[in-house]
Design a protein around this ligand. Structure first.
Ligand SMILES: C[S@@+](CC[C@H](N)C(=O)[O-])C[C@H]1O[C@@H](n2cnc3c(N)ncnc32)[C@H](O)[C@@H]1O
Length: 229
C-alpha cells in the first residue's frame, strides 16, 4: 500500500470537500451530538457564526435551532462551496482564523469552533477575535478532538479514490486550551468530555466500533462552553 499523501491544510480540505460529508467519521458524529446538547437551551432568534465551518453541517443545525442570522468562515473554498449548496442563508467567506474576523464587536450570541483548532498551533488570535465579536451575554462553543486522543497521534485524515491523505495537526493539551481561553478573556462556563462508549450506544455499528476502539471510557471529544470573563 502507498504511503499517505501529506498535504497542507487548505489543499487537504479542498480535496476532501466532495467526500467529507459521506466519510464515516466518529469525530463528526461526536461533535454533532455535543452541539445538539449545547444548543438545546439556545433561545431562538440568535445571531451565530462558525469559524472553520467546513461543509456547513453545523450551520444547518444552528439554522434549525432558530438562528436569525448566520455567518460561516473557512480556509477552504472547496468546503465553502459545499456549505453554499446547503442554502442555510449563512453569509460565507473564505477566511483564515489567524486574521481578524469581518464581524463587528459584540455582534454574536453564539460563536462555534468545531474540529478546526486541531489545525491551528496558536489559539491566541482566533480566541481574541471570538471574545471581541461575542455579545456580553453570548457564548462560544469549542468542540474538539479530546487531547488524550490527539496525543495518541489521532488527527484529521481521509481516503479517496486517489489514496490516503494526512495533513498538519496539533495535539493541544487541556492546559493549552485553558490558558488560551483565560488569556483571551473567556471563562469556561461548561466542559464535557464525551466518552466513546456513551456515544457508541446510538451510533451505527461501523461508527460505534471506531468510537470504542480505545475502550468505552476513553474520551474522544472535549466540549467547552465559554463566556466573556
Ligand atoms: C474537520 S473540518 C470541520 C468542519 C466543520 N466545523 C464540521 O464540524 O464539520 C475542519 C475545518 O477547519 C478548516 N480550517 C482549518 N484551518 C483553518 C484556519 N486556519 N482558518 C479557517 N478554517 C480553517 C478546514 O478548512 C476545515 O473545513
Amino acid at each position: 500500500m502507498r504511503d499517505p499523501e501529506f498535504l497542507d491544510v487548505k489543499a487537504a480540505y479542498d480535496r476532501w470537500a466532495p467526500g467529507y460529508d459521506g466519510f464515516d467519521n466518529p469525530m463528526v458524529f461526536a461533535a454533532t451530538r455535543a452541539l445538539a446538547a449545547r444548543v438545546e437551551s439556545q433561545a431562538p432568534g440568535f445571531r451565530g457564526a462558525e469559524i472553520g465551518c467546513g461543509t456547513g453541517r453545523n450551520l444547518a443545525a444552528l439554522k434549525a435551532a432558530g438562528a436569525s442570522a448566520l455567518s460561516g468562515f473557512d480556509l477552504s473554498a472547496g468546503m465553502l462551496d459545499k456549505a453554499r449548496a446547503r442554502n442555510t442563508g449563512a453569509a460565507l467567506a473564505v477566511h483564515d482564523m489567524a486574521d481578524p474576523l469581518p464581524l463587528p464587536d459584540a455582534s454574536q450570541d453564539l460563536v462555534l469552533v468545531a474540529l478546526a483548532f486541531e489545525h491551528v498551533s496558536d489559539l491566541s488570535a482566533p480566541l481574541a477575535e471570538i471574545r471581541r465579536v461575542l455579545d456580553p451575554a453570548g457564548r462560544a462553543l469549542v468542540l474538539e478532538i479530546h487531547p488524550f486522543m490527539a496525543m495518541t497521534g489521532v488527527g484529521a485524515h481521509f481516503r479517496d479514490a486517489e489514496g490516503a491523505v494526512t495533513m498538519p495537526t496539533v495535539a493541544h493539551a487541556v492546559s493549552g486550551y485553558l490558558n488560551a481561553f483565560a488569556k483571551a478573556g473567556l471563562r469556561v462556563s461548561g466542559c464535557r468530555e464525551w466518552r466513546g462508549g456513551a456515544l457508541a450506544k446510538d451510533a451505527p455499528e461501523a461508527l460505534a466500533r471506531k468510537l470504542v476502539k480505545r475502550g468505552a471510557d476513553f474520551p474522544v471529544l472535549i466540549d467547552f462552553e465559554l463566556r466573556p470573563a
